[in-house]
Ligand binder design. Structure first.
Ligand SMILES: [Zn+2]
Length: 414
C-alpha cells in the first residue's frame, strides 16, 4: 500500500539523519516519554463484524493490511510506547483470535492480529481526544470468503510492492578490501522477542549482546570484514537476512539464538550447532526449526512471494560446496566451543531453518543454550562466559579460513 511505502521511506530518512547510534538509542529507550503511548484496547462485535479499538495518548496515523496463511491483519503505526495491561492480546473476541504488538524497527511499531478466518478491513479511522476520552484508533473487520480475500490480497500486494522503495546494498564492499566477510545474525528483534526466560530476559536481547561482543573481537583481529544483519532492536525478516548475506557476498554466516523448553519438556540445557537439511536429524531439531521459522509469522511478514521449499534449495546446494563448508565449519566450531560451553547431548544437528538457505554462503545456526535453564541463562548473561565463548568462536573462524587458504579444508567454491 502506498502509505506503507511512504512510511518506510520517511523512517529510513530519519534514521540516516540521526545516525545509527542515535537510532539505536532511540529504539532502546522505547519508553521515552516523548513517544505517543498506546494504553488500552477493546474489542466489540461478533464473528461477522468486529471492531478493534486502541486508546492512544495523541492522534497518530496508521496503515493496515491483511496477510494470508495464516490469516492476519497488520496495523503499522509510528513508534509508540505500548502500555497495555498484562495479558493484552492473549485472547480475542469475534473475528479476532489473539494479537501481539511491538517495535518492528526504530520509528515504527506494529500490531499483528490473528483472525479466525479471511477478513476484509472495512474501514480504519482515528478519533481525536475529547475531554477525558483519549484519542482512539478504530479498525473495523468484516468476514469474507477466502476467494474474495485472496483476490483483494493480490491487488493490495501489487500496489504495496509497486510503492516499496528499491532495496539497495546497505554496506557496499570497499574496493580493494579482499578480506572475507563474516556476517553475524542475532536472531529475532523488534516485535519478535524470540524465547523468553521465566525471569523475563528475552532471546532477542541476549543474542544481540552476545553477537556485538563477537563482532568487536572479529573486527579487532583485523582478518575479516564483519557485518551484522541487525545491530539494534529491530525486526528483520528471515529472507532479508539471507538476502543480505548473499548480496554482500558473505564468506560465512553465523546465526545466534537461544532455545527454550516448555514446562513439561524436561530440563535440557547446553548449546547446539545446526546446519540446513530437508529432513530434520531428530524430532527435536525439526520442532526447533519450525519455531525459529515462525519469526516472520509473528512479525506479520507477507510470505506469499517467498519460495518455501527447502528441497529446491538443497538441489541447488548439492551443485555447490556450500553444504560441505557449512558442515565443516559446524564441526570446527563445536571443537572450539566445547572448551568453553557445555553442549547438548547431540551437539551437531540439522533441520530446515529458513535463515540458513543462502545457496552460496556457508551458514550455521548456534543455539547458545536454553533460556529456560537457570544455569544456561546465568552463563549467557555473564560477561566472563561470553568472553570465553566468543573467543572460541573467533578461534573456530580463524581455523575455518586458514584451512581454506592453505588448501587443507574444502576448496573455495567461489
Ligand atoms: Zn531463536
Amino acid at each position: 500500500m502506498g502509505v506503507g511505502g511512504a512510511l518506510l521511506i520517511g523512517l529510513a530518512a530519519a534514521a540516516a539523519a540521526t545516525g545509527p547510534a542515535a537510532a539505536g538509542e532511540r529504539a532502546g529507550a522505547g519508553e521515552a516519554s516523548s513517544l505517543p503511548a498506546a494504553t488500552d484496547t477493546r474489542l466489540g462485535g461478533d464473528e461477522s463484524r468486529t471492531r478493534f479499538i486502541i486508546d492512544v495518548s495523541q492522534t497518530i496515523t496508521l496503515t493496515a493490511f491483511t496477510l494470508a496463511d495464516p490469516y492476519r491483519v497488520v496495523i503499522d503505526l509510528p513508534q509508540v510506547s505500548f502500555r497495555f495491561p498484562a495479558k493484552t492480546g492473549e485472547s480475542g473476541r469475534g473475528l479476532v483470535k489473539a494479537f501481539r504488538y511491538g517495535l518492528v524497527m526504530p520509528g515504527g511499531s506494529r500490531i499483528v492480529i490473528d483472525t479466525k478466518g479471511p477478513v476484509r478491513i472495512e474501514k480504519t479511522f482515528v478519533l481525536d481526544a475529547i475531554d477525558d476520552q483519549p484519542a482512539r484508533i478504530v479498525v473495523d473487520l468484516v468476514t469474507i470468503d477466502r476467494e474474495s480475500f485472496m483476490r483483494s490480497l493480490a491487488l493490495e500486494n501489487q500496489a504495496r510492492r509497486a510503492a516499496e522503495p528499491r532495496k539497495s546494498d546497505r554496506e557496499p564492499v570497499k574496493a580493494g578490501d579482499q578480506r572475507p566477510l563474516v556476517m553475524l545474525d542475532p536472531g529475532h528483534g523488534g516485535i519478535d522477542d524470540g524465547t523468553t526466560a521465566p525471569s523475563g530476559e528475552t532471546e532477542k536481547s541476549i543474542v544481540l549482546d552476545f553477537t556485538q561482543g563477537l563482532r568487536d573481537k572479529l573486527e579487532k583481529s583485523g582478518k575479516y570484514r564483519v557485518a551484522m544483519t541487525r545491530s539494534d532492536d529491530r525486526f528483520i525478516p528471515l529472507a532479508e537476512r539471507v538476502r543480505m548475506a548473499r548480496q554482500q557476498k558473505a564468506a560465512l554466516f553465523i546465526s545466534i539464538h537461544a532455545d527454550a523448553l516448555a514446562k513439561n519438556e524436561g530440563d535440557a540445557r547446553g548449546a547446539a550447532i545446526y546446519t540446513l537439511s530437508e529432513t530434520a536429524s531428530d524430532a527435536e531439531a525439526g520442532k526447533l526449526a519450525d519455531a525459529e521459522n515462525r519469526a516472520d509469522l509473528i512479525a506479520g511478514v507477507d510470505l506469499s512471494g517467498e519460495p518455501d521449499d527447502v528441497a529446491d534449495i538443497l538441489i541447488d546446494l548439492a551443485q555447490r560446496e556450500t553444504k560441505h563448508f557449512s558442515a565443516h565449519f559446524a564441526k570446527t566450531l563445536h571443537a572450539e566451543l566445547k572448551t568453553s560451553a557445555k553442549f547438548h547431548k547431540h551437539p551437531l544437528k540439522s533441520a530446515g531453518f529458513r535463515v540458513l538457505t543462502a545457496p552460496d554462503v556457508p551458514s550455521v545456526l548456534v543455539e547458545l543454550g536454553y533460556v529456560t535453564s537457570p544455569q544456561d541463562l546465568k552463563l549467557m548473561t555473564s560477561e566472563s562466559w561470553r568472553a570465553r565463548a566468543t573467543d572460541s568462536i573467533v578461534q573456530a573462524i580463524h581455523t575455518f579460513f586458514s584451512k581454506r587458504l592453505t588448501g587443507q579444508g574444502p576448496v573455495s567454491a567461489n
